[in-house]
Write a protein that binds this ligand. Structure first.
Ligand SMILES: [Ca+2]
Ligand SMILES: [Ca+2]
Length: 355
């Protein structure tokens, strides 16, 4: 659920409108305005519900429940705040692996870095929210688990200086003399940011119905979906959604990249003084000329491949670390992927606390 600006009703109507509202010369149009929407209700009025209902709904949409084909290609999850739940992970994994479905989750509106599921699931794109000036919205969650940002508005700001609060306008309804009447309303929230991403994914699926989550990650991590600057950030992930750029990148064919796991190295008294980072290859091009940047005195990087996966052993240099000081740097990996020169920044943070 988004943070309401006016009355908090017709949340799903608002989200669906951002994805698929038809162009009728009034109000707004959806990102994928020719798309078909399959509404699946999992929450009651006021946005409360149970994770069991969500899991049942995902199993139904993927076709796992009754052993049929997927009922949708893209699943927008403008909900969250759950912990990691194995059954929920399994239901999403089935859709991704067995049905080539794509899942998008709202990061949440608590201005915290605590992972919120299902967005934080490794098989779901987590979407944070930006205002009309492209800055992280004041309420938006953030963290190492954010994949990209989308327009979700911020009613407390006017980031594009147009004299109006930055809210997202979409379809809604109001009580009239003869029941509910169609209307439009402005809301803010990562719930509003996620459907913009889902709408673009629907367009990408129209271009190429074989686009699966692995291919989508390659597009994302190579900067193809966003205005990616070259460095991932905990606020915007790989950057702010770029609809037209995404459609062009999707058409340009196979992308090969190295994807780090974990995406960030944390060293210190809490987490240990060594960590292995695997650079998993996504895509089928040849990877060559992998080079690792010089490191600062406080850590070392040694390449120590695991079978055919490139891997880095990152280790703290105890003698170069002062206690209770926070250290932060990046490992830059340059490499050739097919005909493209690419680079990757892996953040490294360290802190050793005194006893
Ligand atoms: Ca995720
Ligand atoms: Ca504005």
């Amino acid at each position: 659920p988004g943070s309401s600006v006016a009355a908090s009703v017709f949340h799903g109507t608002h989200v669906a409108g951002a994805i698929g509202a038809v162009l009728n010369g009034q109000g707004i149009g959806g990102v994928a305005f020719g798309g078909r929407i399959l509404p699946v209700r999992v929450l009651g009025e006021g946005g409360t519900g149970s994770s069991d209902d969500l899991i049942d709904a995902i199993r139904w949409v993927t076709g796992e429940t009754d052993g049929v084909a997927a009922r949708a290609q893209v699943v927008n999850l403008s909900l969250g705040g759950l912990p990691e739940i194995p059954q929920l992970e399994a239901a999403i994994e089935f859709g991704v692996n067995e049905r080539d479905m794509l899942f998008v989750g709202a990061a949440g509106n608590s201005a915290t870095s605590s992972p919120s599921y299902p967005a934080a699931s490794p098989n779901v794109l987590a979407v944070s929210s930006v205002d009309a000036g492209g800055q992280l919205a004041s309420y938006s969650n953030f963290g190492s688990w954010i994949d990209l940002a989308g327009p979700g508005g911020d009613a407390s700001r006017d980031g594009n200086n147009d004299g109006r609060a930055d809210v997202v306008w979409s379809t809604s309804a109001v009580a009239g003399a003869n029941g509910f009447e169609a209307s439009y309303t402005g809301l803010q929230g990562t719930s509003m940011a996620a459907p913009h991403v889902s709408g673009v994914l629907a367009l990408l699926k129209t271009q190429d119905s074989s686009l699966n989550y692995e291919g989508l990650r390659a597009l994302l991590e190579s900067g193809g979906l966003t205005d990616f600057s070259g460095s991932r950030s905990d606020q915007l992930g790989f950057g702010i959604l770029d609809a037209s750029g995404a459609l062009q990148a999707n058409l340009s064919g196979d992308i090969t990249i190295l994807s780090p796991s974990p995406s960030q190295v944390i060293l210190g008294s809490e987490t240990g003084s060594e960590q292995i980072v695997r650079l998993n290859q996504i895509g089928n091009g040849a990877i060559s000329n992998v080079s690792i940047s010089d490191t600062p005195p406080w850590f070392t990087v040694i390449r120590s491949d695991i079978d055919s996966t490139i891997a880095l052993n990152v280790a703290l240099v105890d003698s170069a670390i002062e206690e209770n000081v926070a250290y932060r740097d990046v490992i830059r990996v340059d490499y050739q992927a097919g005909s493209e020169l690419r680079s990757l920044d892996i953040p490294v943070v360290a802190q050793v606390l005194s006893d």
